[in-house]
Write a protein that binds this ligand. Structure first.
Ligand SMILES: Nc1ncnc2c1ncn2[C@@H]1O[C@H](COP(=O)(O)OP(=O)(O)OP(=O)(O)O)[C@@H](O)[C@H]1O
Ligand SMILES: [Mg+2]
Length: 457
């Protein structure tokens, strides 16, 4: 069982420190915030197992904060703390969805039991959601993977799916951002309403506004009919703004307004259109950097990134690579009537060593190609795309130190370069294998295999 994380929101720093100290000794991780704003901010990227929330905060009433938290994360247990423990207050906290209540001064033993119960309840709720997802199969269709990284993604999705919270999905190209967005929709209460995806990168700038908001007849040359935009199409459901970093600055301003007001005008229209929808967005770009460069509006960024989900790149997902490769081979093979397709030993090694910059999409394409080319049911090196066979070796030392002078002649064969890199990294790391795995970014199993080949271990 992983350690639990508790977010403590209390404006009294000495009490905050004391609570943190006690909770840490009871084996919890602690995040601390002294204002409501700070606490809600922490929730945009961290998902604690429970929150301890003071009722009297300098910048907001605790009940308001409680309401906001419950709206964004219905499954996150919140324990309220206050000095005036009158019945009315307690009842109101419970009505607002608090899990439990701790009177101040906080009693240490009571703190432990309450927090443990809260953590257990939150985990049980998540587990139930997960089981429901598995049983009715409606949850996150098509997202394959069993690595701890993908499980953590599912856990975070389970947390944010049921609410109307705006989620920004980040990740390299081909990691499955669109699958994640549609998965969130299908696990949300809006699942039977439309899921409408707009790829902002695919719309020319002069058409972006009409695409999103629609236009009236005669709004511009060629607008010979009224057209409903994506916002209206998604009414009642979810609007997915894919590649949101590609929107022009003027359109960013219009989008921000539409999100704030939940209403907009069609191009050339004079009456306001109201909609009720949930927004999800995705980007492969670093939006924070774009904000810093003035290419993306900061206020829009904060509107979209109420919670940020990071989809892990394939090369960091322990153990998923071969699982996915074999699954894709089977799927595609079945389409061509070729069952029992498998990778040869060499092909498998090459697949494991490739850095997969195009992630799952690249892997899927490679396996489709291999399924067609393979003879006798076995995928050989030659059946893999040339980028894999000739591509850059993954065994690149990523340290910033200048390379050590080479005494022997510069190695030229790929396997020699790899061998030199591995042995050097092992030397630099004083034999620490975990460190070599980190610096070279190769799977541990591959490293062990190499070391055996070199006769090192
Ligand atoms: N975990 C996964 N399991 C199975 N298939 C996946 C997974 N992740 C992605 N895919 C497949 O990989 C392809 C790319 O996925 P998707 O379009 O969701 O990625 P993306 O992150 O939106 O990519 P891009 O940034 O290029 O738009 C799709 O064919 C999708 O079905
Ligand atoms: Mg995409």
């Amino acid at each position: 069982m992983t350690r639990s994380t508790i977010l403590v929101i209390d404006d009294d720093p000495s009490l905050g420190r004391l609570l943190a100290h006690w909770l840490q000794r009871d084996d919890h991780e602690v995040l601390s915030a002294e204002t409501a704003a700070e606490g809600l901010d922490a929730l945009t990227c961290a998902l604690p197992d429970a929150i301890l929330l003071d009722l009297n905060l300098p910048d907001a009433h605790g009940l308001e904060v409680l309401a906001t938290v419950k709206q964004r994360h219905p499954r996150l247990p919140v324990v309220m703390m206050t000095v005036d423990a009158d019945v009315d207050t307690v009842v109101r906290c419970m009505q607002y969805g608090a899990f439990d209540y701790l009177p101040k001064p906080v009693d240490r033993t009571k703190l432990f039991t309450t927090v443990r119960n809260a953590v257990d309840k939150g985990r049980a709720d998540l587990r139930i959601a997960q089981l429901e997802r598995e049983v009715d199969g409606s949850g996150y269709p098509g997202i394959l993977g069993q690595s701890p990284q993908i499980r953590e993604l599912f856990r975070q999705m389970d947390r944010v799916a049921p609410s109307d919270i705006t989620v920004l999905v980040r990740g390299e190209s081909g990691t499955g951002k669109e699958l994640v967005a549609s998965g969130l929709h299908s696990a949300s209460p809006r699942h039977s309403a439309p899921f409408v995806a707009v790829n902002c990168a695919a719309i020319p700038e002069n058409l972006q506004e009409s695409e999103l908001f629609g236009h009236e007849k005669g709004a511009f040359t060629g607008a010979d009919q009224r057209r409903i935009g994506r916002f209206e199409q998604a009414n009642g459901g979810t609007l997915f703004l894919d590649e949101v970093g590609e929107l022009s600055l003027p359109l960013q301003a219009k989008l921000l307004r539409a999100l704030q007001e939940q209403s907009f005008y069609r191009v050339g229209g004079s009456s306001e259109v109201r909609v009720n929808l949930r927004i999800l967005a995705a980007t492969h770009r670093d939006l924070r950097a774009m904000v810093a460069d003035g290419r993306f509006r900061e206020d829009l960024y904060y509107r979209l990134a109420v919670f940020e989900l990071a989809v892990p790149p394939l090369r960091t997902r322990d153990g998923d690579l071969l699982l996915l490769a074999e699954r894709f081979l089977r799927e595609v093979g079945a389409r061509y009537g070729r069952t029992n397709l498998r990778l040869s030993h060499e092909a498998r090694e090459r697949v494991e060593r490739h850095p997969w910059p195009g992630n799952v999409r690249e892997l899927r394409n490679a396996m489709e190609r291999a399924a067609v080319l393979a003879r006798d049911g076995v995928v050989q090196l030659a059946d893999l795309p040339p980028s894999l066979v000739l591509g850059p070796p993954t065994a690149r030392p990523q340290t910033t130190e200048p390379p050590k002078p080479q005494i022997e002649q510069e190695p030229t064969r790929l396997s020699d370069i790899e061998r030199a890199a591995i042995l050097r990294a092992l030397d630099d790391a004083d034999g620490n294998v975990s460190e070599v795995v980190r610096t070279l970014g190769i799977p541990r199993t591959t490293l062990y295999r190499r070391l055996r080949e070199y006769g090192v271990r």
